[in-house]
Design a protein around this ligand. Structure first.
Ligand SMILES: Cc1cc2nc3c(=O)[nH]c(=O)nc-3n(C[C@H](O)[C@H](O)[C@H](O)COP(=O)(O)OP(=O)(O)OC[C@H]3O[C@@H](n4cnc5c(N)ncnc54)[C@H](O)[C@@H]3O)c2cc1C
Length: 309
């Protein structure tokens, strides 16, 4: 997309980049350019931008791109990325307002200082907006369980407030439409002693380090854990986990170009450096096919694949 003739970017104080390579900001370090990357300065500006953008232009909110596989051909339309201008953390009556541009890990640390426990967010990369859209969670906790309400902006730029009866959270997903931009949420975390929260966060961080590749280009778990048990697994009492069936299919360490199934955690696909999105996706599809052939289990992608091939 070239610059839109009618669209005067000088009327916005947030940043507007044309043909922005998403590989620069994605955790996987792959992906082609998005036509327009918009980083709004304020809620009003975001609303005005959306109201001016023709309805046929596709708009997608992005956070830290820690769960996105953007294809090599890039993304049509606009990606809206909320940053530090959407990073409020305000406590009132045991409820906390969190701007969607906050990093989840920063929220966990800040709330610990205030005596509130959202410690599980300490080890989850990405932003609060992404965490809400994905219902991010780990070690038995999901962000959706704490949410009281959500605020955001719809595709036409209208401000929307949603009480918790208006949306649903499921395993690694939520019911918000794709182009609804969450700008903040109110959560109700439990009160807890700071030293206990800090202890939990330290334990979770070291568990991650032990079991998962950290400081690596990856999107974390590639596939959702399948439901139930498989009669083809050797021990039926073993809980069905995506990593177990991938490992069972002999795929640990499998490479395709510069894409690889992690040796440390087989549900993590990693970019060894210089992989294309096509290699990452094809390796993922190879994993799905191999697991299906061995166990008759269809793995569902947890990583969201977007864009043109
Ligand atoms: C090493 C590693 C470990 C991980 N471990 C976990 C884990 O334990 N548990 C877990 O749940 N996930 C995990 N993830 C996945 C990922 O970190 C989470 O899904 C995270 O919450 C995504 O946030 P993000 O800001 O990066 O979102 P993005 O990846 O940028 O986007 C993900 C989705 O959220 C939507 N979105 C983003 N911002 C907004 C917004 N403001 N409004 C509306 N929609 C929005 C996007 O449109 C997209 O559909 C891991 C990832 C990595 C790299």
């Amino acid at each position: 997309m070239r610059k839109l003739a009618f669209f005067d970017e000088n009327r916005f104080s947030g940043s507007i980049n044309y043909s922005f390579p998403l590989s620069k900001i994605s955790w996987l370090k792959v992906g082609g350019p998005v036509d327009i990357l918009f980083r709004p300065k304020s809620l009003n500006e975001l609303s005005r931008f959306l109201s001016l953008m023709p309805v046929e232009v596709h708009v997608m909110p992005i956070g830290a791109c820690s769960n996105l596989l953007v294809r090599d051909g890039g993304l049509s339309g606009v990606a809206v990325k909320l940053g530090r201008n959407f990073s409020e953390i305000e406590v009132k009556d045991n409820q906390v307002k969190l701007g969607a541009g906050n990093f989840s890990s920063k929220v966990a640390i800040k709330l610990s200082e205030l005596g509130y426990d959202l410690s599980f967010l300490r080890t989850i990369p990405g932003t609060i907006g992404g965490a809400l859209a994905m219902n991010a969670g780990c070690y038995g906790n999901y962000i959706g369980d704490y949410v009281q309400s959500i605020e955001g902006v719809d595709r036409s730029g209208k401000f929307i407030h949603l009480g918790k009866e208006c949306f649903q959270f499921k395993y690694r997903s939520s019911s918000f439409p794709d182009n609804f931009i969450i700008t903040s949420t109110i959560v109700r975390p439990k009160k807890e002693n700071k030293s206990l929260i800090d202890e939990k966060m330290t334990k979770m961080l070291s568990k991650r380090k032990e079991t998962q590749p950290t400081n690596t280009a990856t999107c974390g778990s590639t596939f959702k854990n399948p439901d139930g048990k498989s009669s083809l697994l050797l021990e039926e009492s073993i809980e069905l986990k995506a990593w177990r069936v991938i490992d069972g299919a002999g795929l640990r360490g499998k490479k395709l170009g510069k894409a690889m199934v992690s040796n440390k955690h087989p549900n993590f696909l990693i970019n060894l450096g210089g992989a294309t999105a096509q290699e990452m996706e094809s390796l993922g599809e190879y994993v799905r096919q191999s697991v299906y052939e061995k166990y008759k289990i269809s793995l569902d992608w947890e990583v969201i694949r977007v864009g043109r091939k």
